[in-house]
Design a protein around this ligand. Structure first.
Ligand SMILES: NC(=O)C1=CN([C@@H]2O[C@H](COP(=O)(O)OP(=O)(O)OC[C@H]3O[C@@H](n4cnc5c(N)ncnc54)[C@H](OP(=O)(O)O)[C@@H]3O)[C@@H](O)[C@H]2O)C=CC1
Ligand SMILES: O=C1OC[C@@H](O)[C@H](O)[C@H]1O
Length: 358
């Protein structure tokens, strides 16, 4: 392989244009960060784009006027779809139909049917497509998968995962913010619950030999945000084949037990026996592993590098976040919504394309 980096002309998400000076934006800190620092061999040339003119005068971002214009630009290799969940199917499909590789934010789509259609189009058109679950590509996530797969900690019978934020829901989100707005497929499940689910799936599904994997049985509960009817708290118990392991995934936008400076929450209470010791199962030795994010980045470049590597190597899907698994996770979320009677407007659940208004 030549030592010259593989170069991708990439469209970074529109959101950054509107969120502060470009030198401090997520895009600059992530994709714009020199790949040398992480020896990826991938050079991503981001074009920040929006349908609106950039807010900052100094921005090098480009406004296309419409996504149709954007997808017609022959200089663009891959498009990162980072619009609200409601728009992923329509936006990602537009890009795929126009022959662009796609990295599509989580939740991949509103439902599993939409995800399957995007995947079929990518397959037919030999295009790369991946759900942007960035945490999958953190070195620490990879390492955890490897440790569990190695058998060093024995058989995993139960996994707990939570991602919750302590938002002042009424004041921060009101009724129209994408986090709570049903017209934008808002709610905790699709926005944050996907991260809890991904931990369950990484351990109890992803690393299980394909012949033994299967869809988990779903039991769940949803509490709705009264003002809009979206889910503000969702808890899921999954029973996975082949051995009946339980995965418990929780998510909440109002109450978190994990304080975070950007989402301050009241101090959590933990009740625990006093003689808790770190116990190390099997031949696994307790260790602390730290992976710094190079250059003060935000860590999104690991997933972006994966897109670059896959496209360079002619792969349509990533082993780290494969198509079949994205659909399996979407199916779980469909079932959770069915059990909790959480419905989005019909046009958002539709697989019709194109639809007016997107
Ligand atoms: N991986 C991560 O850490 C994060 C992932 N996300 C994901 O990214 C996606 C976008 O989230 P976020 O950036 O907060 O969203 P924003 O509300 O900031 O919207 C992003 C862009 O989407 C378009 N958009 C917004 N609202 C509408 C609307 N009502 N109709 C049509 N287009 C709209 C706009 O594009 P335009 O300028 O072209 O009009 C906007 O700039 C979500 O899928 C979310 O889950 C979000 C935050 C962090
Ligand atoms: O993916 C995400 O991570 C960070 C959150 O602030 C955001 O709501 C969510 O979309």
């Amino acid at each position: 392989m030549s030592s010259a980096p593989f170069t991708l002309n990439n469209w970074w998400n529109s959101q950054d244009i509107h969120k502060g000076p470009p030198d401090r934006s997520l895009y600059t800190r992530c994709l714009g960060h020199p790949p040398r620092s992480r020896s990826s061999g991938i050079l991503l040339l981001p074009i920040t784009c929006s349908r609106l003119p950039p807010r900052s005068q100094s921005s090098t971002a480009k406004a296309y006027g419409s996504y149709k214009e954007l997808v017609a630009d022959p200089n663009i290799d891959i498009i990162y779809v980072a619009t609200p969940h409601s728009h992923h199917y329509q936006n990602a499909r537009l890009c795929l139909e126009a022959g662009k590789h796609v990295l599509c934010e989580k939740a991949f789509t509103v439902n599993a049917e939409q995800a399957k259609i995007l995947i079929n189009i990518a397959r037919e058109k030999t295009l790369f497509l991946m759900e942007a679950v960035w945490t999958r590509f953190f070195p620490i996530a990879k390492e955890v998968r490897e440790v569990v797969k190695s058998g060093k900690i024995g058989e995993v019978k139960r996994v707990f995962a939570d991602l919750s934020f302590s938002n002042d829901v009424e004041n921060e989100f009101g009724t129209s913010h994408r986090m709570v707005n049903l017209d934008l497929a808002g709610g905790a499940l699709l926005d944050l619950g996907i991260y809890s689910l991904t931990w369950l799936f990484q351990i109890l599904y992803h690393i299980v030999p394909e012949s033994q994997r299967g869809p988990p049985i779903v039991a769940s509960a949803i509490t709705k945000y009264v003002a809009t009817g979206c889910d503000e708290m969702t808890s899921i118990i999954l029973t996975f084949p082949p051995n009946g392991a339980h995965g418990i995934a929780t998510t909440n936008i109002r109450v978190s037990h994990d304080p975070n400076p950007t989402h301050p929450s009241p101090a959590p209470i933990r009740i625990q026996a006093s003689d808790v010791k770190r116990r190390t199962p099997g031949n696994f030795e307790y260790q602390t592993i730290t992976h710094e994010i190079p250059g003060g980045g935000h860590g999104m470049f690991w997933e972006a590098d994966e897109c670059g590597r896959c496209i360079r190597d002619g792969k349509l899907e990533s082993e780290g976040m494969g198509w079949e698994e994205s659909v399996a996770i979407m199916r779980v979320m469909d079932e959770v919504r069915r059990q909790g009677d959480l419905k989005y407007p019909e046009c958002l659940e539709s697989v019709e394309f194109p639809l007016d208004g997107f």
